[in-house]
Design a protein around this ligand. Structure first.
Ligand SMILES: [Zn+2]
Length: 267
């Protein structure tokens, strides 16, 4: 199913669900990031490798994008950022759009080129607690710095449906308070089992987080190999049973209707 500007309204599209090196760079799943539309305004979060192609194939024209947000500078989250920014401005023709990213994404060894940033309207450096007001109905909030090696932030869209994206991180108790009250909670659950050597959430972490925050809907994404082998949809069913909170495993090109939190049926 190809989206149009009309059918994209108030939707979330998973342009990728790959996490970490084998799945993202072995192309076992797409890694194009998350595409949110809130009342006609478009946000491309974490445009990893293939984001440009995957969005276009889904009918989403990259020049529709109003905001690009990078949770952190790892390439599975930003490999296509320059391409997306260039598309957003139609090759620099229209100076428009906003990039929000951590400082280390644009400092020495930048992942975003000065050249593409020059063509957009504004670059905003993310810091813990930053709140960016989009309009009266919508703000973007960065509640917490995560633990992930490089500077990393999750995102809360403060909208009529409080929607949070818990980006890559090791588990720490501060996450529970930082994302409290989220109604839709998207979590990057890369590992099936905890591995202290890897700064990613595991399934037991997800269970703890979901049962504490109690969103209306939890959606896991950013799967590593151990998760894919365990069949994420079966893991999600077990988490739903264990926590009593409806939990889904995202799949590539899955669309969620943000007006009613249902998965859109596609042909
Ligand atoms: Zn990462």
């Amino acid at each position: 199913m190809k989206l149009t500007r009309e059918t994209l309204r108030n939707k979330l599209v998973f342009l990728g669900t790959a996490g970490a090196r084998y799945v993202a760079f072995g192309f076992e799943r797409q890694a194009g990031g998350l595409y949110f539309n809130f009342e006609g305004i478009n946000f491309h979060v974490d445009p990893g490798p293939g984001a440009f192609v995957h969005s276009h194939r889904k009918g989403i024209e990259p020049f529709w994008t109003d905001f690009v947000i990078l949770s952190h500078r790892h390439l599975d989250h930003c490999a296509d950022v320059n391409h997306i920014l260039e598309a957003m401005t139609l090759g620099g023709k229209n100076k428009r759009g906003t990039l929000l990213c951590p400082s280390d994404a644009i400092e020495d060894d930048p992942v975003v080129l000065n050249y593409t940033r020059k063509n957009i309207k504004e670059t905003v450096i993310i810091s813990e607690g930053l709140r960016y007001s989009v309009n009266n109905n919508l703000s973007i909030f960065f509640p917490k710095k995560h633990i992930h090696g490089v500077e990393t932030y999750g995102i809360t869209f403060e909208w009529k449906l409080k929607t949070s994206y818990m980006a890559d991180t090791s588990y720490f108790d501060g996450l529970l308070e930082a994302y409290a009250g989220s109604e839709l909670l998207i979590l990057n659950v890369t590992l099936l089992l905890p591995n202290p050597a890897i700064d990613h959430l595991s399934v037991p972490d997800a269970v703890k987080i979901i049962s504490h925050i109690k969103p209306k809907l939890a959606v896991m994404t950013h799967f590593g190999r151990t998760m894919l082998k365990a069949k994420p949809w079966e893991v999600a069913r077990e988490i739903t049973e264990k926590t009593g909170i409806k939990t889904l495993a995202a799949y590539d090109n899955m669309i969620i209707d943000l007006d009613n939190l249902s998965v859109v049926r596609q042909r």
